[in-house]
Design a binder for this molecule. Structure first.
Ligand SMILES: [Zn+2]
Length: 499
């Protein structure tokens, strides 16, 4: 059995001033053919899961192209078209060598390009156009995907992760690949039902360890365990910051009968709708979070700056939380990391043991706080910024935050990097010689992914969510294209599931 695998993944934040080009994919992850297999074998990623399932099923995963850029602004039209065409050409070339029996793609779900507000719909349309209506096509997606009717039309199965943090990427990749193998072996097709809700909410309320999204996840799992007709269900949170007409929450079920697909899609989506008010968010400034964190006698307490999450397209150079930490100047506090290549270059020039005066952060736009003026900051360490990820989310993959320095500013240790990334684990601190177990307060930039590792390595987590392109208070944004009749923009909105 020959199954073509690959993907094009991007979470687009329309409010980011950083446009996404072909080089943006090449910088984070771009691979073709065997290089994809080599990179993902044994890694807890979507592709890693597909490879593992292929091994189990005795199938040949024919890797074509996998491109994944750090979330940022709209994708350039030419970049999307180039990636799409290379993927199609690669699939066709493999098919000519020996016919493919199916295709499984990892597409994030919240990608938007100039001229293509739904890149996943466009990629799937192009694949279907070339391979016709019969070839089984499976897709694995991030739960932040904005799922369109086109995606459901062109794919046979849409499988999303259920966890935020996305600790189940590997399992979701396995499931999608296994379902396509089943389709090839049996010749039968499962039923899929998509329900799009008139409801938008920001990632800040999407945590699936506790809260409303956790309750919805539990309900989905119970439904899957309680009825063997239901194969898999996903609650897609959606991603409002893509600012596209299809942005919104949705539920997708894959089942052995049409009746089960409809029934569970209806039950879960009605439950989501009834919980909608539990997802409302407000701005939380760092001072409030610092006051809370200081109440703990022991450390480390984590303060996460949710609104400057590079994983949601933020610049990673906001100064709101860092400024507050520097002003309080408490012993045993550290911050990682702020992305500022200019400051890293200056520190490297000064060398270890040197001192620098400069403006730090706040350089991408005016929304994320003003630059911080540093006087005589001490350069403690310089690192290449690379280490193998420890987190259950993406374990075994390579963290690479580029050339990185540790500056000591008063009592506070500050990690400054040249690449954007979230703190998935202690590595960004460790590579510059900071022992996180000795810290009282740690500041970092992430919304929820950091929790997969840090929840077991901290005494408490205190979020802050100041202004920024990933702030969860949607009333802060001037949306252009999303549907304003959706909740929470229209609090009176009514909706009922219809079979
Ligand atoms: Zn996500």
């Amino acid at each position: 059995m020959r199954i073509g695998i690959g993907g094009i993944a991007h979470e687009t934040n329309a409010f980011s001033p950083v446009s996404t080009k072909l080089e943006s994919f090449e910088r984070r992850e771009y691979a073709e053919g065997q290089a994809i297999i080599d990179k993902h074998t044994g890694v807890r990623s979507y592709i890693g899961g597909m490879i593992a399932e292929a091994g189990e099923r005795g199938a040949d995963p024919i890797a074509i192209l996998y491109a994944n850029a750090v979330p940022s602004g709209k994708i350039a039209k030419s970049a999307l078209e180039t990636l799409r065409d290379r993927l199609i050409d690669g699939l066709l070339a493999a098919h000519r060598t020996a016919p493919l029996d199916g295709i499984v793609l990892a597409l994030h779900g919240a990608g938007a390009a100039e001229g293509y507000p739904d890149i996943e719909g466009e990629i799937l349309r192009a694949v279907r156009e070339v391979f016709g209506p019969v070839l089984p096509i499976g897709v694995v997606l991030d739960l932040h995907g904005n799922i369109s009717e086109e995606m459901a039309e062109y794919a046979d199965v849409l499988i999303g992760v259920k966890g935020y943090p996305h600790v189940d990427m590997f399992e979701a990749g396995r499931t999608a690949f296994g379902l396509i193998c089943d389709m090839v072996e049996t010749g039968s097709r499962p039923y899929m039902r998509l329900v799009r809700l008139p409801f938008l909410f920001a990632p800040g309320k999407g945590l699936t360890i506790e809260g409303p999204a956790c309750d919805i996840r539990q309900r989905l799992l119970r439904a899957e365990q309680g009825d063997e007709d239901l194969i898999y269900g996903t609650f897609f949170h959606g991603f409002p910051f893509a600012d596209v007409p299809i942005a919104g929450a949705s539920v997708v079920t894959v089942a052995r009968t049409r009746e089960a697909a409809d029934r569970y899609a209806g039950e879960i989506s009605e439950y989501v709708w009834n919980r909608r008010a539990d997802f409302d968010c407000r701005v939380i400034m760092p001072a409030e979070a610092m006051d809370k964190a200081m109440q703990y006698a022991e450390g480390p307490v984590i303060i996460n700056e949710s609104s400057d999450n590079s994983g949601g397209g933020s610049p990673n150079d906001a100064t709101w939380l860092l400024r507050e930490m520097l002003e309080r100047n408490l012993p045993a506090t550290a911050f990682s990391h702020i992305c500022d290549p200019e400051v890293v270059r200056q520190a490297v020039q000064a060398g270890v043991g040197g001192r620098i005066s400069c403006l730090l952060g706040g350089k991408t736009d005016r929304l994320h706080g003003d630059p911080i003026r540093l006087e005589d900051a001490y350069v403690k360490t310089i690192s290449d910024g690379r280490a193998v990820c420890l987190s259950p989310m993406g374990k075994g993959s390579m963290m690479d935050i580029g050339l990185t320095v540790r500056l000591q500013i008063g009592n506070v240790d500050v990690v400054v990097s040249t690449q954007r990334a979230q703190e998935m684990d202690k590595r960004p601190f460790e590579i510059v010689g900071i022992d996180v177990t000795e810290l009282r307060i740690i500041g970092l930039k992430s919304t929820h992914h950091f929790r997969a590792w840090w929840k077991d390595h901290s005494v408490a987590i205190v979020p802050c969510d100041p202004p920024g392109v990933h702030c969860s208070d949607l009333s802060q944004f001037q949306f252009m294209y999303i549907d304003k009749t959706y909740y929470p923009f229209n609090k009176e909105r009514e909706w009922h599931f219809e079979v």
